[in-house]
Design a protein around this ligand. Structure first.
Ligand SMILES: *[C@@H]1O[C@H](CO)[C@@H](O)[C@H](O)[C@H]1NC(C)=O
Ligand SMILES: *[C@@H]1O[C@H](CO)[C@@H](O)[C@H](O)[C@H]1NC(C)=O
Length: 573
């Protein structure tokens, strides 16, 4: 999908014949796509009386200031390390300036519209209005489109404009030009097994821990990554959040079966439920979601004794992407003692399917989480260099939000040491976010070692991901009353998030701040020492062999696989 951000003069002339320099009401093109994006088709025009709900993203007071502050409190070498901000302090950076608020209210009031704020920081306003009126307000042409493969319908426009006087106050209006394929259940394979008769499942191997002989469960992960089985002692203020989307429901019966077999000492542990955007958590066994079951089982069963909150995000936000911002708002409005210290998400998008403006807004949201001391951890995707899922592609497809420098992206490896990169482990370089300084030397070293290989297929100046990796193959879960072995970076994210939650438990016990935004720490000399470099494997896609795992950081396994004692040492415990 091609987006135009710099307005070409010819288009400007088409939108308005008046000179916007003198006429503040002249409509100036704000965002557009040159054609209906591949995979979508126009179905129909839409009645001007049908209602549409739009979100207006306002310019914030000082987002660069928040970036600097977030780096300062997250870098172990900085005097402010660990001094996370309060939500009120974040608001000072993110709230729109008064001039912006008044310009927007005046504009909307003149059209008889009363917006409601849908963000903690009032930087997102929502309006519901007839399509005909939206077309006038934004010089748009809203129509009904369908995502052909899924049949999902959406109302979008190929371009929209804003009054010249408001351009400096509005980041973007959404959903307008964002044609985002619906989220799909991640994961690449599921094989039914009988966990109580493991010897029939997979051939045992003598060279690996006995607990890993047939599949990968919590005891194998404990052996491989040094994860303790002792229960966390500081549960009151250390919740591990698990994000759920697309009606993936976490089932308590599956959880109980899983714990009985894999963690009998934890039977009785369960998750608390939080719902936003109309989310639910249906407990019928036939509606148990494979991803939600995996994510809850590999947090509750790995982060022993850490309270887990399953946050089910419904589709009231209507467009798939806003839920990734709404979950952040919902967490930021919780009392500080109740909100998670770690949030794991195993869902994502192909970066190119999000307009840059929207990808930046999602990234800003997760930066706010980092600023207040919450680690945002994402699966890198399961399509190798081809994106979240394998797809046809002519250039490599980075994933979102992994390309955001303020999240920690987790790639996938095989299940036992010496770990190799999993073939599906997504990784590469963002086209929207430049290489952040914390990884600049690592990215330069990797690019130096591959020379001109794949020149033109990826962005040499982009943020490289993933940051770390963990086991993603033959992970044993209970789903809809039976055992399954699953693969995918969806496994790696909750496993790594659980390790961070357990480190946070020890930090709280020692009277220290929790880790928050992880990357500056992970890439620091002490942080990286907690990882075992992964030096074999590759991640094919787009008719190539993909990148190779090499000595040092690489764009399929990051810094490598974590070691729990190494992490404790790195934080000085
Ligand atoms: C919690 O405290 C008990 C008793 O002091 C200890 O044995 C256990 O290892 C602690 N758990 C963790 C995760 O530190
Ligand atoms: C590559 O990344 C840089 C840094 O984010 C960006 O400015 C540039 O537009 C990207 N190039 C392409 C072709 O997307």
């Amino acid at each position: 999908m091609r987006l135009t951000f710099i307005l070409p003069l010819a288009t400007l002339a088409k939108v308005s014949s008046a000179s916007f320099a003198v006429d503040p009401n002249a409509m100036v093109l704000h965002e557009s796509v040159t054609a209906i994006p591949v995979g979508f088709a126009q179905v129909d025009t839409i009645s001007p009386n049908d209602e549409i709900t739009l979100r207006i993203a306002l310019v914030q007071s000082d987002i660069i200031g928040l970036q600097e502050k977030t780096y300062a409190v997250s870098h172990p070498a900085n005097a402010l390390y660990g001094q996370h901000l309060t939500t009120a302090e974040v608001a000072e950076f993110v709230n729109p300036p008064p001039a912006t608020v008044s310009a927007i209210s005046t504009w909307l009031a003149a059209h008889g519209l009363t917006p409601k704020s849908v963000s903690t920081f009032d930087d997102f306003l929502q309006i519901t209005l007839p399509v005909g009126k939206a077309n006038t307000l934004l010089a748009a042409d809203f129509r009904t489109f369908t995502h052909v493969a899924s049949g999902t319908r959406s109302v979008r426009t190929l371009s929209y404009a804003l009054p010249a006087a408001l351009k400096a106050h509005i980041r973007f209006v959404h959903p307008t030009v964002a044609f985002v394929p619906p989220l799909r259940v991640p994961g690449v394979a599921a094989v039914k097994v009988n966990p109580t008769r493991r010897s029939e499942a997979v051939e045992p191997r003598a060279s690996i821990p006995a607990s890993c002989a047939f599949d990968t469960g919590p005891s194998c992960l404990q052996a491989v990554f040094g994860i303790p089985s002792a229960k966390a002692n500081n549960s009151a203020s250390n919740v591990l959040g698990v994000a759920g989307y697309i009606d993936q429901f976490a089932n308590t019966q599956d959880l109980t079966n899983f714990l009985r077999n894999e963690r009998p000492d934890l039977v009785g542990s369960t998750f608390s439920l939080q719902t936003i955007d109309g989310g639910t958590n249906d407990q019928s066994i036939f509606n148990a979601g494979i991803e939600a079951d995996l994510d809850t089982q590999y947090t509750i069963g790995v982060a022993s004794g850490v309270p887990v909150s399953f946050i089910s995000v419904g589709d009231d936000s209507q467009d798939g992407v806003s839920g990734f911002i709404d979950i952040v708002n919902s967490i930021l409005t919780m009392p500080a003692e109740q909100r998670p210290t770690v949030l794991t998400t195993s869902y994502g998008f192909n970066e190119q399917d999000l307009p840059a403006s929207l990808a930046v807004a999602v990234c800003d949201a997760y930066m706010s989480l980092g600023a207040v001391g919450i680690s945002a951890i994402f699966a890198s995707g399961d399509g190798g260099v081809g994106g979240v899922q394998s797809t046809t592609c002519t250039t490599f497809v980075p994933t979102a939000p992994s390309g955001c420098p303020f999240v920690t992206s987790v790639g996938g490896t095989t299940n036992v040491p010496p770990h190799a990169a999993a073939l599906f482990s997504s990784g590469g370089f963002s086209n929207y976010f430049p290489t952040p300084s914390y990884q600049a030397a690592d990215v330069a070293a990797y690019l130096g070692s591959i020379g001109t290989l794949y020149d033109g297929l990826y962005n040499r100046s982009g943020r490289g991901f993933p940051d770390v990796s963990a086991a993603s193959h033959n992970i044993l879960i209970w789903w809809q009353n039976s055992g399954d072995l699953v693969d995918g970076t969806s496994c790696a994210s909750p496993i790594f998030a659980s390790m961070i939650a357990l480190v946070n438990d020890r930090l709280i016990g020692a009277g220290k701040p929790v880790l928050g935004f992880l990357n500056p720490f992970l890439y620091s000399p002490t942080g990286r020492a907690a990882f075992t470099d992964v030096i074999s494997g590759h991640n094919p896609g787009c008719n190539t062999d993909g990148f190779s795992a090499l000595a040092g950081w690489d764009p399929l396994t990051g810094l490598g696989t974590p070691n729990f004692d190494g992490l404790l040492k790195a934080v000085g415990l």
